[in-house]
Design a protein around this ligand. Structure first.
Ligand SMILES: O=C(O)c1cc(=O)[nH]c(=O)n1[C@@H]1O[C@H](COP(=O)(O)O)[C@@H](O)[C@H]1O
Length: 237
């Protein structure tokens, strides 16, 4: 897998989705299917996007007891997507169970989806974590600890802000994947995101992959914006 720019396809209306994907018919891109689209369309959307030749990050952020997450992952693994995720806050046993569930469900000869752990959402900042979640440690430290735990649990990588990538790479090694949302162009509205960087900064910080949603999907010409952000991402260093 090359270091991808993953487009977050956060739409549920068929027309909006088709309008966004239409210009990419001739390209092979990496698409993130999140809760909004998956809850609307179900597993058939995965089949459709795969038929168009795209790679898929199925972002359902599982977070439940180990048994439930493991069995859910066995079901999801049959979709043969490229990336899936859980919340690291579910703990080591839950993450191990997720991985075992994925291995169990992956068809013979197929390849197991890479499994990522969400550390602290990029919509979280230090103040919110301290005051609402009652986690009093430093945010970067918490993210790094969650990344270490995910690695010990046999996961392939984490989702974090690019801001934490240098320390994650140091602690978990360069093979451990870092997928980083919270990506904006300098002129974009940050909206609900808190830990935000540009594609170029994400590359400089060492992210393996970036996730971009509204900066592309909300642009007047999403295809052109994708090309521009991809160029910034690929030439960032
Ligand atoms: O797991 C994710 O993909 C994710 C984790 C996280 O910490 N922050 C985060 O924004 N995301 C997802 O990344 C996408 C970011 O969208 P934009 O803010 O529109 O670029 C959304 O689909 C989020 O669900």
């Amino acid at each position: 897998m090359q270091r991808p720019l993953i487009i977050a396809l956060d739409v549920h209306q068929k027309e909006a989705r088709e309008r966004l994907l239409e210009p990419f018919k001739k390209d092979s891109i990496f698409v993130k299917v999140g809760m909004e689209l998956y809850y609307q369309e179900g597993p058939r959307i995965i089949e459709q996007i795969k038929q168009d030749g795209h790679q898929i990050f199925l972002d359902l952020k599982l977070h439940d007891i180990p048994n439930t997450v493991g069995k859910a992952m066995t079901v999801l693994s049959r979709l043969e997507v490229d990336l899936v995720n859980v919340h690291a806050a579910g703990g080591q046993k839950m993450m191990e169970s997720a991985r075992e569930g994925l291995e169990k469900g992956t068809p013979a000869g197929g390849s197991r989806p890479k499994l990522l752990a969400v550390t602290q959402l990029t919509s979280t900042d230090q103040q919110m974590m301290t005051e609402e979640l009652l986690i009093e440690k430093n945010l970067t430290h918490v993210v790094t600890q969650y990344a270490s735990l995910a690695k010990r649990s046999g996961l392939d990588g984490v989702v974090s802000s690019a801001l934490e990538v240098p320390i994650i790479n140091e602690v978990c090694g360069p093979e451990f994947l870092t997928v980083t949302p919270g990506i904006r162009q300098t002129s974009d509205a940050v909206e609900d995101q808190k830990r935000v960087v540009t594609p170029k900064q994400a590359r400089e910080l060492g992210s393996w992959g970036i996730v971009v949603g509204r900066s592309i999907t909300g642009a007047s010409d999403p295809y052109k914006m994708y090309q521009q952000m991809k160029k910034d991402w690929e030439e960032g260093k």
